[in-house]
Design a protein around this ligand. Structure first.
Ligand code: TRP
Length: 334
């Protein structure tokens, strides 16, 4: 039997996941776990690269994010869920890869540049942060992943990982490690309720997966529509209208949404009715996730067991890759 394509992706454990993660990655992963060998990495070590002042928060959120995974339908029988900081092979590979990349190249990485800007590091960039692309290359290659589902913003990291792989392969003279391809979802990033480009917890415009119905309603209520659409009878704009963006992303009945767009453009559909539909769609989506999440959260030891099993499996796999790389590079063997 041909082996299944290998997927690796992960999340920094900085906080519980939200609806933006669901649209951009979680629901894809639930589908991808069939027909692929999928591993999800709880990237707590990477989260420390810009949160070293608060390791307790990063540690606490390992269980939170794992609980989110299970609540949306990631099945540990199909997907390996593991903890980055508990995989020493990743740290060892990172150390080696740092010699295959220059500081100038790290500084030129568009993702790193944007993130340095966004975090306001100025000249005080933690070295671990600047170097995390090498660590991410270690993550990807340690699992010999060829597919990496990530948001568009992560594409330069996959490119940089491939550069490291090519340098290493050229040096050893054969394809020791595979290159990987970014799998970027078609639905772009979900805007926040205020229409800003991205739903984010730090931006204060994120809807957590565990949001109760009242929070869902309030979130939809704040949503930006068309400022020129004052009365229900006025013609309204669909483009840039956040409510429609969300209906496109989540409404299970796209034909009904198409009909609503026609009515909205023509005039005769009020924002209140439109928002009521979206609130219903989100209640139907998040209600079952919230309930499953609450059930799982009552038994954190069971979640811990899932992580122990997944991490043990990942430890064996990543140690094997590390051994192959050490041999190929020709490190001293004691
Ligand atoms: N950098 C990713 C993010 O911020 C998280 C991550 C860590 C990751 N290691 C990875 C993603 C390996 C894909 C592959 O979301």
């Amino acid at each position: 039997m041909p082996s299944l394509p290998v997927i690796l992706t992960g999340d920094r454990t900085t906080g519980p996941l939200h609806l933006g993660h669901y649209a951009g990655s979680l629901r894809n992963r639930v589908a991808l776990q069939h027909g692929h060998r999928q591993t999800l990495l709880l990237a707590d070590a990477q989260a420390l690269t810009d949160n070293a002042h608060d390791p307790a928060r990063i540690a606490r959120n390992v269980i939170e994010v794992a609980t989110d995974y299970l609540a949306v339908g990631i099945d540990p029988a199909l997907t390996t869920i593991c903890v980055q900081s508990a995989l020493p092979a990743l740290a060892e590979l990172t150390l080696l890869y740092l010699n295959f990349v220059t500081v100038a190249r790290l500084e030129r990485n568009p993702t790193i540049k944007d993130e340095i800007q966004a975090r306001g590091f100025g000249r005080d960039i933690p070295a671990g942060f600047l170097c995390y692309p090498a660590a991410q290359a270690a993550d990807i290659t340690a699992f010999r992943a060829t597919l990496v589902p990530v948001g568009e913003d992560q594409a330069p990291l996959i490119e940089q990982a491939n550069e490291i792989v090519r340098r290493l392969n050229r040096q050893v003279g054969y394809d020791l490690l595979p290159e990987a391809r970014a799998l970027i979802p078609e639905v772009g990033r979900l805007p926040g309720a205020d229409g800003r480009a991205k739903m984010s917890k730090s931006g204060g415009n994120a809807l957590p997966l565990s949001a109760p119905d009242a929070e869902i309603a309030a979130f939809v209520q704040r949503m930006y529509t068309d400022p020129g659409h004052l009365r229900a009878s006025d013609p309204g704009r669909v483009e840039g209208n956040v409510v429609f963006t969300y209906l496109d992303a989540f409404d299970p009945d796209p034909e009904a949404v198409a009909a609503l767009k026609i009515r909205y453009r023509r005039g005769g559909l009020g924002d209140a009715a439109l928002k009521e539909r979206l609130a219903g769609v989100l209640r139907d989506l998040l209600g079952p996730i919230r309930e499953r999440r609450a059930g799982i959260a009552r038994d954190p030891d069971a979640v811990r067991d899932v992580l122990r099993t997944g991490t043990a499996r990942a430890r064996a796999l990543t140690a094997e890759t590390l051994g192959a790389v050490r041999d190929a590079v020709g490190l001293f063997r004691l």
